[in-house]
Design a protein around this ligand. Structure first.
Ligand code: PMV
Length: 345
């Protein structure tokens, strides 16, 4: 797709990073619009990247490949229909995406995947429909959300917020807000998870006795956590982050049948983080719908924490990540790289 596009076709390449929730979204509102039942606050994992190329045209059928593998159409049809409605044109999209990290194993590949896909579809579609006004970042965030709620946040990079029931995320800060913050991502297993987050959320909503109180209490943490991010208070952010993920997993454990994403290695790392905190090392962990453990710390402490994580033998590898910026986009035929979104623009 790198040659000059034919008339009536345009291809764009977008690179986006996954969105890691400090406060978790888990559960959807009623009505089938893919809206979050709980607010989430997140940061972008800048050292993990999804790169997606999209060609828009008026012919053929929609097609998505991830790592060369054709994806089931049903997973993408609502999303592509929404893009067509937003652009008011019967366009078709061919997308090829690759992740430089394991897919569908609890590393939020769907967040970076749908963020990159939404941006690339929007820009490629606008290029075919020459002269059409570009979709705003907020509109692109709303499109990405139709594919994956966490993708609404990944559209902004940096630190972002997605209120309960909201159609689009809000950018809070760019990556420069907290330059010495790091996330260590410990890969406990590289296998794809057996239960998707979508299925897990539905099981939680329909069977977990704790689900109503999870949803009711999630908002109470938000204001404090946003303020803690604003003043770069790692201990307060870490403590709020722990409460959020542990309550989310409490809800899952109370499902029928129970939902257990943890592996023995996950628990070993949670214990190691507790031990490090007792020794005065500033490290706080979180997990998503998978066995991986992500640890928040300062850059100066990252090497010794990574050594401790390795010493447990619980992780196949450890990736150190900075906070990422906004997705980047360019025409596949070459040309300038556009920062898909920057604060204040
Ligand atoms: O947006 P999804 O379907 O990938 O679900 C994300 C769910 C969590 O990662 C567990 C939490 C979150 O807010 O990212």
């Amino acid at each position: 797709m790198s040659e000059r596009p034919l008339p009536g076709r345009a291809a764009f390449v977008c690179t986006a990073s996954p969105s890691l929730a400090l406060l978790k979204y888990w559960g959807k509102t009623a009505g089938g619009r893919n809206l979050p039942a709980t607010p989430s606050l997140a940061l972008s994992l800048g050292n993990l990247r999804t790169t997606t190329t999209v060609e828009a045209s008026f012919d053929g059928a929609d097609e998505v490949r991830v790592g060369g593998e054709r994806q089931p159409e049903a997973r993408y049809s609502d999303f592509f229909d929404a893009v067509r409605r937003a652009l008011r044109a019967e366009l078709r999209f061919k997308a090829a995406s690759r992740n430089d990290f394991p897919t569908a194993s609890g590393l939020a590949s769907s967040s970076s995947g749908f963020a990159a896909l939404a941006f690339a579809c929007a820009r490629a579609g606008e290029a075919v429909l020459e002269g059409k006004k570009g979709l705003s970042p907020a509109e692109i965030s709303s499109l990405a959300r139709i594919g994956s709620v966490s993708a609404a946040r990944a559209v902004f990079g940096g630190f972002s917020l997605l209120p309960a029931g909201a159609t689009e995320a809000k950018p809070l800060y760019g990556e420069e807000h907290w330059p010495d913050l790091r996330v260590l991502v410990a890969l406990v297993s590289l296998e794809e998870k057996a239960v998707s987050s979508r299925e897990g959320m539905e099981r939680s909503r329909s069977t977990s006795v704790f689900y109503p109180s999870w949803v009711e209490n999630a908002g109470a943490e938000l204001e404090k956590a946003v303020e803690a991010v604003a003043r770069r208070d790692l201990e307060a952010v870490g403590a709020a982050m722990r409460r959020s993920y542990l309550r989310m997993f409490g809800t899952m454990l109370a499902c029928d049948p129970p939902l257990i994403y943890w592996l023995p290695g996950s628990l070993a790392l949670i214990r190691e983080c507790e031990a490090m905190r007792r020794e005065g090392i500033g490290v706080w962990e979180t997990m998503d719908a998978g066995p991986q453990v992500k640890m928040l710390c300062l850059a100066a402490d990252a090497p010794r924490i990574a050594d401790r994580v390795r010493s447990t033998k619980a992780a196949a590898s450890v990736i150190e990540s900075r906070i990422g910026g906004a997705p980047e986009i360019r025409a596949a035929s070459g040309g300038a790289v556009e920062r898909a979104w920057s604060l204040g623009r």
